[in-house]
Ligand binder design. Structure first.
Ligand SMILES: [Zn+2]
Length: 165
């Protein structure tokens, strides 16, 4: 059998582009199918989705935050990895009451609330417990701190307190 003819660099490059286009088309096709499926099956939360959510609580929360941010046309998109790094940096303690949290109980607080034009980027996120996050809600941080007599600590907070005053 004859060995296959060696391809010129131009042919190789063209081959790569063809492959890439094929890949993008396929990816688009899958995406469109998924959109149609979701549109025609409203409210259906597949077993796989539910399992993914339970297994990846940080990523699921980041996704929910992104949805809320999009509705408010907020910029920024923090990732689960960034949030986990922030939690590590904060020793998994609530930035407002120092409660020790875990992957299930931790929440991402938007320091400047999305409803007040805050970004969804990691620089606007603080590690929070559910209670503080819920109580703070959309109160500007300096006001909430002065009302509750608390001090905020942890990464992102000092610069944000200063910039929002
Ligand atoms: Zn707290």
């Amino acid at each position: 059998m004859r060995p296959p003819r060696k391809k010129t660099p131009e042919q190789l490059a063209r081959g790569n582009i063809v492959e890439k286009i094929r890949y993008i088309k396929k990816r688009e096709e899958i995406r469109v199918k998924a959109v149609i499926h979701r549109a025609t099956h409203p409210g259906e939360d597949t077993k796989r989705t539910r399992r993914w959510r339970t297994e990846n609580p940080l990523a699921a929360a980041a996704l929910r935050a992104l949805e809320r941010a999009r509705k408010r046309n907020a910029t920024g998109r923090y990732t689960a990895r960034e949030f986990r790094a922030l939690c590590d940096e904060s020793s998994w303690q609530c930035s407002y009451c120092a409660t020790v949290l875990d992957i299930v109980t931790v929440q991402a607080d938007h320091i400047i609330p999305l409803s007040r034009g805050g970004s969804n980027g990691i620089e606007n996120i603080a590690v929070s417990c559910a209670s503080c996050n819920c109580r703070k809600h959309n109160t500007p941080l300096p006001l909430w701190l002065s009302r509750t007599g608390r001090t905020a600590f942890g990464p992102n907070l000092l610069s944000n307190i200063q910039s929002s005053q």
